[in-house]
Design a protein around this ligand. Structure first.
Ligand code: ZN
Length: 83
């Protein structure tokens, strides 16, 4: 999941890398280009087109399956004890 640091004032973008690396570029850029000040419009962004975290996707579809199981069990219990 690569990140880039962007400074809009300088129209500069760091190479993609881990978030910690993008934060290091940010600090370096602030120090060397802006005298330690925080430039307007800077950001750290996930690189466009990179795949979302597969673990996050697994958790959300796992949660959906769990919800369906709860509903199925609930409907079964309602049918068994509903009369
Ligand atoms: Zn800059």
């Amino acid at each position: 999941m690569p990140y880039v640091y962007r400074c809009r004032r300088c129209r500069a973008t760091s190479p993609p890398g881990p978030r910690r690396e993008a934060e290091e570029y940010r600090q370096q850029h602030r120090d060397s280009e802006h005298g330690g000040l925080v430039p307007d419009g800077e950001s750290i962004a996930r690189v466009a087109g990179s795949t979302p975290d597969p673990d996050g996707r697994y958790v959300s579809s796992g949660g959906l399956v769990a919800l369906l199981v709860v509903l199925a069990v609930g409907s079964l219990l309602a049918r068994l004890f509903g009369h």
